[in-house]
Design a protein around this ligand. Structure first.
Ligand SMILES: *Cc1c(COP(=O)(O)O)cnc(C)c1O
Length: 350
């Protein structure tokens, strides 16, 4: 590698965005299919008149609104350009020479990238045979160099969420000096009441960090707004790492408008989760090992045939997200879109 570039950067896997082709059915990036929530486009248009000014760097109104919603002090929140950016900032805030971060694998592809950029060593713990976090193996992987354990629940790209009992075990097993980072990007899609809400259940633990985002259920992937809850000094450390003025004015205004449309968000999420139930049942008739999912996507454990299935879908004008040699993640879309995926799966398996 050419100097002066850091040598370890060459080893970072590139983030592979879900494909986008005009005209194609895009089921590759876990977006919701209904457009922005009511009021969001208007809020952006209004805010557009002020883009010659810097945005509110403290993101005060949005943080206050989120704090009120979650019932926490705004000092405990940090915002950033998507929770992907914030996860990176958190890892920067905790990295020191030789330190490690533990997470399951396969999980969100941004974790190894963020860890390496921050200078943390990744300790990847294989998922169980049914594509869930292996919580006990993750606990066993925590050592003296561990600074954080990331729990992705529901897990992207496989779909299952961790149970309260499993997450209790993690919190009870790791020392308080190790952060337990719960990435709840898909929390709004969880409809099993027995599954834990990390803010409610663990929000007061000193080592709990919870990530949420406006990108998925709130329909704002294109505007890049995510947030994080932690104890005040951890949130403060992350805010120090965030690039100044990260969340722009239209994005702040849009997020506030989206929070005002929560009922509509819930209505749309219910459409997604009812489709999810139907589609996963139908997919299991073709591929019995499809894991249970609590997110707005499902996982096809196709192993060596993953890339081939994605190419098969693409020939029918459907974009899905393959992970070579492992499986394919498919976003739940509109009913006719989901039917097209099921049809592609049927013709592929036949
Ligand atoms: C989509 C996603 C995010 C959120 O990404 P943004 O940067 O907020 O758009 C975070 N974590 C996981 C696991 C995701 O799938």
């Amino acid at each position: 590698m050419t100097e002066p570039i850091r040598e370890d950067l060459a080893a970072i896997p590139r983030y592979v965005p879900g494909k986008a082709l005009p005209e194609a059915l895009k089921l590759s990036s876990n977006e919701v299919p209904y457009g922005p929530l009511p009021g969001v486009a208007e809020a952006i248009a209004d805010a557009a008149a002020h883009v010659h000014r810097y945005p509110d760097m403290g993101v005060v109104r949005l943080r206050d609104a989120l704090a009120a919603r979650l019932g926490v002090d705004p000092e405990r929140l940090a915002t950033g350009t998507g929770s992907v950016a914030l996860i990176g900032h958190l890892l920067q805030a905790i990295a020191s020479p030789g330190s490690e971060v533990v997470y399951s694998w396969r999980s969100f592809e941004a974790y190894p990238i963020a860890a390496t950029v921050a200078g943390l060593k990744s300790v990847q713990v294989p998922n169980t045979a049914d594509h869930r976090h292996d919580v006990d193996a993750m606990i066993a992987a925590v050592g003296p160099a561990t600074r954080a354990v990331i729990v992705c629940s529901p897990n992207n790209p496989t779909g299952p969420a961790v149970t309260a009992e499993e997450l209790d075990r993690v919190f009870d097993a790791v020392p308080e000096s190790v952060l337990v980072v719960v990435d709840e990007a898909y929390r709004e899609f969880v409809n099993d009441p027995a599954l834990p809400d990390a803010v409610e259940r663990y929000g007061d633990r000193p080592n709990a960090v919870v990530f949420r985002t406006f990108s998925k259920a709130w329909g704002m992937a294109g505007l890049r707004v995510g947030y994080m809850l932690a104890r005040p000094d951890v949130a403060d450390a992350v805010r120090r790492c965030v690039i100044p003025f990260a969340v722009n004015g239209p994005a702040q205004a849009a997020a506030l408008a989206a929070l005002g449309a929560e009922d509509e968000m819930r209505r749309r999420v219910a459409l997604v989760t009812s489709e999810r139930k139907r589609v996963v049942m139908a997919a299991r008739d073709i591929l019995p090992d499809v894991p249970q999912t609590q997110a707005n996507f499902f996982w096809l454990p196709l192993g060596e045939r993953a890339v081939e299935f994605a190419a098969h879908c693409e020939r029918s004008g459907i974009l899905v997200r393959p992970f070579a040699g492992d499986g394919v993640r498919v976003t739940i879309g509109l009913p006719e879109e989901n039917d097209a995926v099921l049809e592609a799966l049927r013709s592929f398996a036949a």
